[in-house]
Design a protein around this ligand. Structure first.
Ligand code: FES
Length: 85
């Protein structure tokens, strides 16, 4: 068992299974098994997931679209959001 998304505890086997069930894009996988939605926002897993999709579907890795992101894309301290007047 190889964990690919450490933040969401998703294994390579789960990702491969979902790809073969028809979830063929990063956004599909994000919605169904929450990959790239953890604390690191996919920094630790998105390249590995793209490689798995590429291998399983026979698509060049450059053609794998990255998932959509919503700000903030990296963790910031709460104090950075508070008005300090
Ligand atoms: S390792 Fe996947 S979201 Fe952090």
């Amino acid at each position: 068992m190889k964990i690919i998304c450490r933040c969401e505890d998703v294994t390579e086997e789960e990702i491969v299974q979902k790809i073969h069930e028809g979830y063929r894009t990063m956004d599909d996988l994000k919605r169904v098994i929450r990959v790239t939605m953890g604390l690191c926002q996919g920094k630790g897993c998105r390249r590995h997931i793209a490689k798995i999709i590429s291998k399983e579907l026979g698509i060049p890795i450059e053609e794998i679209r990255q998932p959509t992101y919503r700000p903030p894309t990296k963790p910031i301290p709460i104090s950075a959001t508070v008005d300090k007047k």
